[in-house]
Design a protein around this ligand. Structure first.
Ligand SMILES: NC(=O)c1ccc[n+]([C@@H]2O[C@H](COP(=O)([O-])OP(=O)(O)OC[C@H]3O[C@@H](n4cnc5c(N)ncnc54)[C@H](OP(=O)(O)O)[C@@H]3O)[C@@H](O)[C@H]2O)c1
Length: 265
């Protein structure tokens, strides 16, 4: 892809962290943006900071846990912009609870947002991409989509599930000129651990040390834009933590020993 200028880009989870940084980078490239998440005041704040005109930006509140209204939202985007060029499935949340303490209801809540919400929105947008015979679907997975870790059983499961779904979709729509990019961030400095769900359904409310020391959201967004422009299918973003992915692939037993010794947070 040569240019993102004038492309209509729908970003979920645009109210903070990686989604907000992506909104900034896409705006810099001259894209027209649809900003979605639950917190409308935060979305308005992001919109104001981007300096986009009313014509080029739509704030569209969306709760990925409630997919019943999703087609209605997609129709609003089409009514305003006439098309959708890129869907950035970024909205989601993490977990900090042991399996033995976590009810199935919490597991379902995580899957509902991170997996089913993302799938429902993608299915709602897909007919328009197919009709256009062009488009990009970007999915923000995680290195937790490549291996499990302490306190993240359902979160990791939800991210693994995204890989199965979107790798299949990528094959099915290849001949329709629709690209699927799966992004696997490692540690990115956002509020992900603060907003993570605990066993009682509350917020973890703690900034993990490794997250605090992670790659900036701005750098993460820049690498995602570069990957879209170079037609990448899967990318990893982060620092030393990414080594775990390659160790698991080539030395699974060594990986198992090493990963158990990592700080549990
Ligand atoms: N930071 C990392 O280290 C890291 C690493 C790997 C992957 N990721 C992934 O990156 C994505 C963005 O996370 P982040 O790091 O930027 O954390 P963040 O700052 O907590 O942002 C999460 C975003 O998702 C939105 N969101 C949460 N639940 C939602 C729901 N039910 N419906 C709609 N939107 C919802 C939030 O907005 P509202 O609260 O306003 O709804 C927020 O905009 C997530 O998918 C996360 O799994 C992050």
């Amino acid at each position: 892809m040569d240019s993102i200028k004038n492309k209509v880009v729908w970003i979920t989870g645009a109210s903070s962290g990686i989604g907000e940084a992506l909104a900034f980078e896409f705006a810099k490239e001259g894209a027209k943006l649809i900003l979605s998440a639950r917190r409308i005041d935060e979305l308005q704040r992001v919109k104001t900071s981007l300096n986009l005109t009313e014509e080029n930006c739509l704030v569209l509140p969306l709760d990925l846990a409630n997919t019943s209204r999703i087609d209605e939202l997609t129709n609003k985007v089409i009514a305003k912009f006439g098309r959708i060029d890129m869907l950035v499935n970024n909205g989601g949340f993490s977990q900090r609870s042991l399996v033995k303490d976590t009810s199935i209801d919490i597991d379902r809540k995580i899957m509902e947002v991170n997996f089913f919400g993302t799938v429902a929105l993608t299915k709602s947008v897909l007919p328009f991409l197919l009709q256009q015979k062009s488009g990009n679907i970007i999915v923000i997975s995680s290195i937790s989509g490549k291996f499990g870790f302490y306190f993240r059983s359902a979160y990791s499961a939800s991210k693994h599930a995204l890989h199965g779904f979107f790798e299949s979709l990528r094959m099915e729509i290849y001949n329709d000129n629709i690209k699927v990019l799966i992004v696997c961030p490692g540690k990115i400095h956002t509020n992900i651990s603060v907003n993570a769900i605990t066993s009682d359904g509350g917020k973890h409310n703690k900034m993990d040390e490794s997250t605090e020391q992670g790659t900036s959201a701005g750098e993460c967004a820049k690498q995602i834009i570069k990957a879209i422009k170079t037609d990448n299918e899967e990318i990893f973003i982060g620092g030393n933590e990414l080594r775990a992915v390659w160790i698991k692939r080539f030395f699974p037993k060594l990986f198992s020993r090493l990963i158990r010794k990592q700080k549990q947070e």
